[in-house]
Ligand binder design. Structure first.
Ligand SMILES: [Zn+2]
Ligand SMILES: [Zn+2]
Length: 283
């Protein structure tokens, strides 16, 4: 279960990012239910079965986004509570902030103030570090976030065009600067909000697809963000095994729901290296 200690943002930037993220996810979902669903029914006479499919799909995306956020926050991916050796082993470092030995691939996060196992990066939208144990949830959060923003953009662009009585070159500012156009009284408040949600969906779907490809490339090569930027390939066990290392033994089920159990082969402290893995296969 989540406690306030887990949820509490760790910095002002994290607090603002979390607030913004939560407001946007819920606004987009409610906007779909309040504005888009009735409009689809009225304008296109969409049948009940299609409307149910729309709502099941929207709910599936929403639950996966929120479920993965929950699991990212709930999962302990730090070295706190782990049995760490008192003697410094080869490849290990001493963390002066934690006053403890830190395993390979682990880094200290200044915001979380802990050493994070197989640290990837600090995610400000969840105010948590992404590392060994919660990377799977982060990946699916990005994936479903992208699906959600794409879905939102596909649904809201025709709706906003309808509100603006069609498209013309003179109406481009209504899309790009909707709130400014509302202040100048060119468009109504509702049209401005609709246009703003559409603008954000388009921008975020482009940003998230780039982020998704970036992480797919890391998973494929068995790297963290740090290892990718430093061209470290020590943990590349081949793409199939790399997927298991990131998503667990039930990797093919993890997309369905964040609560599906998929044990990771590593404990986050000891990792199989490329050299060891190839030797064990040869024997
Ligand atoms: Zn540390
Ligand atoms: Zn952190």
């Amino acid at each position: 279960m989540l406690s306030w200690r887990n949820i509490k943002p760790k910095s002002f930037v994290d607090a603002m990012s979390m607030l913004y993220f939560m407001v946007m996810v819920h606004s987009a979902y409610l906007y779909g239910e309040i504005a888009i669903v009735p409009w689809l029914k009225e304008t296109y006479s969409v049948g009940t079965s299609k409307m149910i499919m729309y709502q099941i799909f929207a709910l599936f995306l929403y639950l996966n986004v929120m479920g993965n956020v929950y699991k990212i926050i709930e999962t302990n991916t730090s070295s706190v509570g782990k049995m760490l050796p008192t003697l410094l082993k080869p490849g290990w470092t001493f963390c002066y902030a934690c006053e403890a030995n830190s395993p390979p691939r682990s880094f200290h996060c200044m915001t979380c103030n802990k050493c994070i196992l197989k640290r990837d990066h600090h995610c400000m939208f969840t105010s948590q570090c992404i590392g060994h144990s919660n990377y799977r949830f982060y990946f699916w959060l990005v994936f479903y976030g992208w699906c959600g923003t794409m879905f939102c953009a596909i649904m809201t662009v025709p709706y906003v065009l309808n509100l603006l009585d069609g498209f013309s070159i003179w109406k481009i500012p209504y899309f790009i600067l909707p709130l400014f156009c509302f202040v100048l009284q060119y468009i109504s408040f509702f049209t401005a909000i609709s246009s703003f949600i559409t603008l954000l969906s388009v921008v975020f779907s482009c940003a998230l697809v780039a982020l998704l490809f970036w992480h797919c490339s890391h998973i494929y090569k068995g790297q963290t963000t740090f290892e990718s930027s430093h061209r470290i390939y020590d943990y590349d066990l081949g793409w199939k095994e790399n997927i298991v290392q990131s998503f667990g033994t039930k990797w093919y089920l993890t997309w369905i729901c964040p609560w599906i159990n998929s044990p990771l082969p590593s404990d986050g402290i000891e990792f199989q290296t490329k050299a060891n893995y190839e030797n064990s296969k040869d024997q």
